[in-house]
Design a protein around this ligand. Structure first.
Ligand code: 16G
Length: 251
């Protein structure tokens, strides 16, 4: 069935197409869709030219309703869980999602035992010949991509990495190596095309780059993780307190 595009008097046709597409995306035939049909199909449905359709799609991309993925098509932005994360708590992704009633899952990107990169050796305080377990994962909440995490753990804390299941922190806890303190550094970046693809965001989207170093109670470093969090999915919230007054030194 063709879609109805009615330009009210004086309205440009492409704006009527914008309205029609928005309606179908919100409550109509594309309400469940992630990907918009091909241009040719849409032109037939709407009885409009490619030029008109492209103008309408460009408008909806500008509004953030749609986004292009190179070589894959035009996608619909769907509301995803937005998470408020206190930046002073040392918790795991699995715990964080559970606390919010969301189901955590992962897609593994890398898993193995390697010699550390110079950066890993430095951050972990590991010797150049001490091997590390590396785990790269796309982390999802209720099936929606939230973050990419690449963790490195000295092998002495996880000598049998095959036993690491859904949660890295659970695996460390099971061996008595649950991190008890952490340092985190956060900065804004623009995602690479490959990471945009994994996170399901438009090219050149912003993201939060987070480095975490986690320590055991005895001060040894158990984890060095670099993560990339979707900027539209995370708010990092900090509690601020007045610092104690600085005493003037007596002469
Ligand atoms: C969190 C940590 C990450 C840690 C992971 C373990 C941040 C920025 N990062 O996502 O460093 O490796 O939790 O989660 O919070 P898991 O126990 O669910 O594997």
């Amino acid at each position: 069935m063709p879609m109805t595009v009615e330009a009210v008097r004086g309205q440009k046709l492409y704006l009527a197409v914008v309205d029609a597409l928005r309606r179908e995306i919100e409550t109509g035939r594309f309400a469940e869709a992630q990907l918009l049909p091909a241009e040719r199909v849409l032109c037939e449905l709407l009885h409009v030219s490619r030029t008109t359709l492209r103008k309408a799609i460009a408008d909806l991309i500008g509004e953030g309703v749609l986004f292009h993925r190179h070589g894959a098509g035009t996608f619909i932005h769907r509301a995803r869980p937005r998470v408020e994360q206190p930046s002073s708590r040392l918790t795991s992704f699995t715990e964080d999602m559970r606390l919010r009633g969301l189901e955590a899952s992962s897609r593994e990107l890398e898993r193995g035992v390697f010699l550390p990169t110079p950066e890993e050796a430095m951050m972990l305080g590991a010797g150049p010949n001490e091997r590390v377990f590396r785990l790269g994962r796309l982390r999802l909440a209720d099936g929606s991509p939230m973050a990419i995490e690449r963790a490195a753990v000295p092998l002495r804390y996880l000598p049998d990495p095959d036993t690491v299941g859904a949660s890295l922190y659970e695996a460390l806890s099971a061996r008595g190596f649950k991190p008890s303190r952490g340092l985190q550094r956060l900065r804004a970046i623009v995602v690479s095309d490959a990471d945009a693809e994994l996170l399901g965001v438009a090219r050149n989207s912003p993201a939060l780059h987070i480095q975490r170093i986690a320590y055991l109670a005895d001060g040894s470093c158990v984890e060095f993780t670099k993560s990339l969090y979707r900027a539209d999915a995370y708010d990092f919230v900090s509690e601020l307190a007045l610092s104690p007054p600085v005493r003037k030194a007596r002469r």
